[in-house]
Design a protein. Sequence first.
Length: 252
Amino acid sequence: MNLMKPLDFSLRSCSYDDIPAVMDVNETTLPENYPLFFYEQILEKYPKTFILAYNKDDPKQIIGYIMWRVERGLSSFGLDHVKKAHLVSLAVLQNHRRKGIANELLLRSMDLIREFKISEYVLEVRVSNSGAVRLYKELHDFKKIRIIGHYYRDGEDAFYMAAINKEKETKKISNHDLSGMTDKEIKQHFLDKNQGYLLYNCPNCNSLQIKALKYSLAGTVDPDNKETLDCADCNEKLALYDISQGKYNSFK
């Protein structure tokens, strides 16, 4: 059997000319197949995150692909309405598996789709696909949220899994970025880029912070909660309770 050596592959964005080869990979590896126009729509809307894995020695030989779409809905981790990156399809040809290709496709595409300012990644996976579940859980920190009964055409259930976009979970706007901006402009900048999170100033160095404390938690943190968050600039420890109460000039 003519197998490629580990890492003897590369990644690139899909083009319209690649779609027939992508469809071949899909139909060879997965029972969930899609019409031509579906691939074209994904490519039109999300060209950077429709990524292919190919043989370095033969760039026309497509050995795997990944597709995402962006949608809005209720968070898997709270009551907020958030923007999500939804994994549409991920496939690697059978004789090229266990070489890290699926993991590399995930790493590249999950990084690129952040430009849509998503808060979470979500996907469905067969409950019997233990290898994929392990990949999502152990290497990409996906959590099992629920089971969707009879999700697939053959009647098999699916795990609905989700992961937080950690880059968005903890953010900071530097003072340089805010120079010359009014409080109203700063607030709007924050709402546009980090909707759903509290904004506040460090009382020690006065730098503006955005941390993983959602509006839904404002005012609800127990006074006995001793958890703290560190300032991204001076490492001052700020009490989670105080942040939730608006003590550090947070916008609500």
